[in-house]
Design a protein around this ligand. Sequence first.
Ligand code: CP
Ligand code: NVA
Length: 304
Amino acid sequence: MTDNVISILDVEKNLKEILRRAGEMKKKQKNGESVRSLKDKSLAMIFEKPSTRTRISFEVGMTQLGGHALYLSPKDLQLGRGETIADTAKVLSRYVDGIMYRAFEHEMMVELAENSSVPVISGLDDKEHPCQILADFLTIREFKGGFDQKLVYIGDGNNVCHSLLLGAPIVGMDMIACTPEGYRPDDDIYKKAVELSEKYDTEISLHDKPKEAVKGADVIYTDVWISMGDEDEEEKRKKDFEGYQVNKELVDQADDEVIVMHCLPAHRGVEITSEVMDGPHSVVFDQAENRMHAQKGLMMELMG
Ligand code: CP
Ligand code: NVA
């Protein structure tokens, strides 16, 4: 494993070990056992975009492990006045033991990672959202008992879809990405996902008909149609994604035991109905909780 986790590919070799540790951390926390393996360590968290789950799960996770997390927005940093991301990385590396970064552009993430001498963890950028996928896999393992599953992603071929496509083969899961024309995952990501599916002997494919795609699905996954940064395209996207809503009619086409996932925040009534989100198949809040346990597992690997 590289010292940085800015793609789910960075944990290809020890994804299962991170999940094992995450499960163990969750169990210990539920039993009231404290684990202080990051005692006196600090995590800097730079957020260029808003966050509920990522911020709180990292911050509380660090506290539970005996460490400390600092929330930094560009407007509080000299970054907002033109100090470069490279210089910021070099300076932060002198103080802290790890940096979590939520960036608009993947290029900035790479630049931060290249100039940091402490581990860099992505908290999302325009290309991937690796920590989300760690939590998702922990959730799938909890609810389905393993990864011999078929996951059908419905919606935008965005950052979350990309990390799922790259991560699914690594854990041995089949995946279909069902997106409208024009919103497919990036070609280079899909190509890499196909390569991985050959390596790990899993199936991966693209689709554009939600009702057909979800037949036999063990997991239905969706995300917002309008990601952070896409707000200008709201009206166009709402039209282009017609027919891609995860509603009861769609869920009824899948396996009876299907679980429904969403990384949140959700736009209720847009990409997913409240009926489904609050319904018997939904595991979205377990998924949100698992962000913290998964990231504790990851931080212990990287910074412990
Ligand atoms: N899923 C997720 O990353 O949520 P936040 O944007 O609230 O961090
Ligand atoms: N695709 C969404 C994920 C939010 C956690 C976004 O980038 O806004």
